[in-house]
Design a protein around this ligand. Structure first.
Ligand code: AHG
Ligand code: MN
Ligand code: MN
Length: 335
């Protein structure tokens, strides 16, 4: 059988699921930008792309050169095509306006241009996470776009995906009917469908959490992780293994591949911030992918996709992955 490229997959989706042509174009443009980012990431020290800038982003994090470069690649690729009404990113304080010389479209693109940037300099997998929303008419998508247009719950996403820049570069995508994985064929320059129907196993014996924060966690998380660590002799009656890559993309990719539960709980270090991860461009797209793959995702008390955002860069506690374990830790929050 001939290979199915991302372009062919998207065209066939238009035929079978009425995926609009401008959404198809949007995904193709994002994929092209991810290829360019993959290329830059893989140059490493040879391309002079490692290391930090002397700037901070809106969250007060020092920006890496590749954070800024990846952000620019995504903006430049997406601003001219007429498919977007605006963009927002981890690396920009406010919504990005489509320059007046270009037409505007119906969609909003929100992204984490480079996830896991603390891993860049040590040559560990990083990625790009993106979420696609429709621009709500009531916010007037023609003029300057305010933050409100983006503040839609994760259930409103029309597509979500990530690229992982690891030993292979892959694009994992959902248009709301399952999750597909494409591997970059560097000789052809195309993403090729290699993972037809990604499903998260319901049960697992693997967890991912930054254990160094343990003393700051709330009681339900202390209880849950305590039980995981107690293993066969504890109340859960089985041994669990732990993995923590510190790139959400890479941790989620592992969970999509072989199951697991990923946690970034809120903690008492900065009580006004509910966790570290950002709702709009980390938690929401990853939650849509995980749910579409048969897994679950909550903030401990509710489904992440149901949260009504109140600001672009808001944070959220995250528990996602294999259903059985996400349901268990969520139940402990309610006990
Ligand atoms: P980013 O590099 O986009 O700021 O995201 C980093 C996030 C996420 O990818 C990862 O799961 C988490 O931060 C790692 O946090 P720790 O440094 O606490 O391990
Ligand atoms: Mn990130
Ligand atoms: Mn980032």
């Amino acid at each position: 059988m001939s290979r199915i490229t991302l372009s062919r997959y998207l065209i066939e989706q238009t035929r079978s699921h009425q995926t609009p042509a401008d959404l198809r174009f949007l995904i193709e443009v994002v994929a092209r930008a991810c290829k360019a980012i993959s290329h830059q990431v893989s140059k490493g020290a040879l391309g002079g792309v490692l290391g930090s800038m002397d700037t901070e982003n809106v969250q007060g994090e020092v920006q890496k050169k590749l954070d800024v470069l990846s952000n620019e690649i995504l903006l430049e690729a997406n601003e001219w095509g007429g498919h977007l009404a605006g963009m927002a990113s981890e690396e920009m304080d406010n919504a990005y306006q489509i320059p007046g010389k270009y037409p505007k479209g119906a969609y909003l693109l929100v992204f984490d241009p480079l996830d896991g940037s603390s891993n860049i300099d040590v040559n560990v997998s990083v990625g790009t996470i993106f979420s696609v929303l429709r621009c709500p008419e009531r916010n007037g998508c023609e003029g300057d776009l305010g933050e409100e247009a983006f503040l839609q719950p994760g259930t409103s996403q029309v597509a979500a995906g990530y690229a992982i820049y690891g030993p292979q570069t892959m694009l994992v995508l959902t248009l709301g009917n399952g999750v597909k994985g494409f591997t970059l064929d560097r000789e052809l320059g195309s993403f090729v469908l290699t993972h037809e129907d990604i499903r998260v196993p319901e049960a697992t014996a693997e967890f991912a959490v930054n254990m160094s924060n343990q003393r700051h966690w709330e009681a339900p998380v202390q209880r849950y992780v305590g039980e995981l660590l107690a293993g066969k002799e504890g109340p859960l009656g089985k041994n669990y293994n732990m993995r923590w890559i510190a790139s959400m993309v890479a941790d989620v990719h592992r969970i999509l591949t072989r199951g697991g539960v990923f946690m970034y709980p809120r903690d008492s270090r900065e009580p006004e911030k509910p966790g570290k991860l950002r709702l709009m461009y980390e938690a929401n797209p990853m939650s849509m992918i995980i749910e579409q793959a048969g897994g679950a995702s909550t903030d401990g008390s509710q489904r992440i996709l149901d949260i009504q955002p109140t600001s672009l860069h808001q944070r959220v506690a995250v528990f996602l992955g294999s259903k059985e374990e996400v349901e268990r830790v969520t139940a402990y929050h309610q006990a």
